[in-house]
Design a protein around this ligand. Structure first.
Ligand SMILES: Cc1ncc(COP(=O)(O)O)c(C=O)c1O
Length: 369
């Protein structure tokens, strides 16, 4: 075998031996405790019907965009959806992307220059790390949600600093101390960037909006593939940042724009969320049921992501297999995705889960911990 192919094979074999080999599986039937469809929009027949009506009225929504937004791919819909999003979130402007991964790639590969430093929470999403590799800036980490550590790192820098955090973390299911970090960013004249992928829709329009921090952050990212049940993302920022991204962000410039259908589904998602505020309340009721079962978890009381640490890859696999045999779909996160010793079962709660399901699920987990 060619040497590089045998190297690939060795890495794959190692994962197989450790039981951590990733495979593409078709979704199996079961009770959903693993998807990011927190409010059930991706499953909602009403939401599907609203989208279908828009397509029937405007079938051209489904056509390809024909080019980059800077050439032939821009449209009235893209521009008007961006204006609506900016207004809704009370930001000066918004820039749409086909996914949150692309939005983060654009932001962090473009804004920081070679003299700058990007200081990331150690649990920041992989897309931010990948973006930093495309940028010429230095990247440093601070301990998860540790304000003192963040300040220590900030103190030692000379150039301009960017701070990258998530408002609700996807692995731990805990919140960033958003207001405190915003105050520190202000004190050190650093640019704060907040990824709201998991908070948007679950907590209104996100926590930046909730705490009215729009003027304190340089940018926020909201994604539409989770609570909105669609796909895509927007960077919320001021006009200068938007114009800078349009001029210098390769992930925005050198790619064909998404179809108008994507932008229309995002607009329809916002309308649907506004008309169904009961869904986020129902989700909180379910989170309360889960928390009342007193499983040990580092996650926040009101978080739809509840992590149960089971620090052993084999035991974790056993719990997940038993849950799967009982019809529960859950997601196990093994090292090295999380630090060794902090392997975990990641439970995502939804508005559509029933109390009975949550009680049965937690009962099974309890037998193993
Ligand atoms: C915190 C965070 N940011 C960004 C992303 C990427 O968003 P998308 O799935 O829309 O590419 C995700 C999703 O995996 C995420 O959890």
């Amino acid at each position: 075998m060619l040497s590089h192919i045998s190297r690939f094979q060795e890495s794959l074999d190692k994962r197989r031996e450790e039981g951590t080999l990733r495979r593409l599986r078709l979704p199996s039937g079961g009770i959903d405790f693993y998807s990011n469809d927190y409010l059930g929009l991706a499953k909602s027949k009403d939401f599907q019907h609203s989208l279908l009506q828009k397509i029937m009225a405007h079938p051209q929504l489904l056509s390809g965009s024909t080019g980059s937004r800077l050439i032939s791919g821009n449209s009235d819909i893209a521009v008007s959806v961006e204006n609506d999003i900016a207004q809704t979130h009370q930001f000066e402007s918004a820039l749409l992307f086909p996914s949150g991964y692309n939005a983060n790639l654009a932001l962090f590969s473009t804004l920081p220059s070679r003299h700058d430093t990007v200081i990331v929470d150690e649990q920041i999403h992989r897309s931010v790390h990948d973006a930093c590799r495309l940028s010429n800036a230095k990247k440093l980490k601070f301990k998860h949600n540790d304000i003192e550590d963040l300040e220590n790192v900030l103190k030692r820098q000379n150039g301009h600093c960017y701070i990258a955090i998530e408002s609700l973390y996807s692995m731990e299911g805990d919140f960033a101390p958003l207001q405190e970090i915003s105050a520190i960013a202000d004190q050190y004249k650093a640019s704060l960037i907040v990824d709201e992928a998991h908070a948007f829709g679950v907590f209104g329009y996100g926590l930046v909006e909730k705490y009215q921090l729009q003027n304190q952050v340089s940018a926020a990212v909201v994604t539409y593939g989770k609570a909105l049940g669609a796909h895509g993302a927007a960077i919320l920022c001021n006009e200068t940042v938007k114009s800078y991204l349009i001029n210098f962000a390769s992930p925005f410039i050198y790619t064909t724009s998404a179809q108008d259908f994507q932008w229309m589904s995002i607009k329809t998602g916002y309308e649907f969320l506004d008309q169904h505020q009961d869904l986020a309340k129902k989700l909180q009721d379910n989170i309360r049921v889960f928390r009342s079962r007193n499983l040990d978890s580092p996650s926040a009381e009101t978080s739809p992501i509840q992590a149960i640490v089971i620090p052993d890859n084999q035991q974790l696999k056993q719990v997940q297999n038993t849950l799967s045999e009982e019809g529960f779909l859950t997601y196990a996160i093994y090292s090295p995705t999380v630090k060794e010793g902090s392997e975990r079962l990641r439970i995502c709660l939804h508005s559509f889960n029933t109390e009975e399901e949550i009680i049965k699920l937690t009962g099974i987990i309890r037998e193993f911990i």
